[in-house]
Design a protein around this ligand. Structure first.
Ligand SMILES: Cc1cc2nc3c(=O)[nH]c(=O)nc-3n(C[C@H](O)[C@H](O)[C@H](O)COP(=O)(O)O)c2cc1C
Length: 178
């Protein structure tokens, strides 16, 4: 018997990579897992990430908080050189960023922009872009046109919006991942 898998819309397993030690980053990851209950998803610690783990998925969600006045946190910075050597053609990445739009208004969510550029330079596709409406900040490397290159989460100033923002983003990603 020949089974034509084109008849089924089977969602491939998603790799969810974030720092297990990042307090707020982990809280968002837990909500993502809850929202994606019908989709297979594997949580991977960004602090011990290997190239093999990174390449094992076609669909990935990365947790990318901004630290040090507009920089990647150490664990992503350390993995950066590895990414520079990878071929990421055909892979889809969705980035969720954490930042503080009041105290870091000039660097809000910058790390998302830095990571998106790095991934795109290796051939990856960035999905899950969201509107900047509802946020207030001076500048951000995460912005392209009127959109963020991912989802922006601000625990310091807009924690009450987290749940709804994550929920809507998950719906969006289920349509945009391949
Ligand atoms: C020392 C320090 C520097 C920060 N720098 C930035 C920044 O440049 N831009 C920004 O949007 N948020 C910045 N933040 C806010 C963090 O991104 C935010 O608190 C985030 O939720 C941290 O997540 P984590 O604890 O899971 O790593 C900074 C926070 C701290 C404590």
């Amino acid at each position: 018997m020949i089974i034509d898998y084109d008849y089924f819309t089977v969602m491939k397993k998603i790799g969810l990579v974030y720092s297990f030690n990042g307090n707020k980053t982990s809280q968002v990851a837990k909500r993502i897992i809850e929202e994606m209950k019908d989709v297979p998803i594997e949580a991977i610690n960004a602090e011990t990430l290997s190239e093999e783990q990174f390449l094992a998925f076609d669909n990935l969600i990365l947790g990318v908080p901004t630290w040090f006045d507009g920089e990647l946190p150490n664990y992503w910075d350390e993995f950066g050189p590895a990414i520079e050597d990878l071929d990421l053609k055909g892979k889809c990445f969705a980035l969720y960023g954490l930042g503080d739009q009041v105290n870091y208004s000039e660097n809000f969510l910058d790390a998302v922009g830095i990571m998106a550029e790095l991934l795109k330079s290796r051939g990856a596709k960035i999905i899950g872009l969201t509107s900047t409406k509802g946020y207030s900040f001076e500048s951000s490397k995460a912005v392209t046109g009127e959109k963020f290159l991912g989802l922006g989460i601000d625990f310091e100033n807009q924690a009450n919006k987290n749940k709804e923002r994550i929920k809507l983003w998950m719906k969006q990603l289920q349509n945009e991942f391949h």
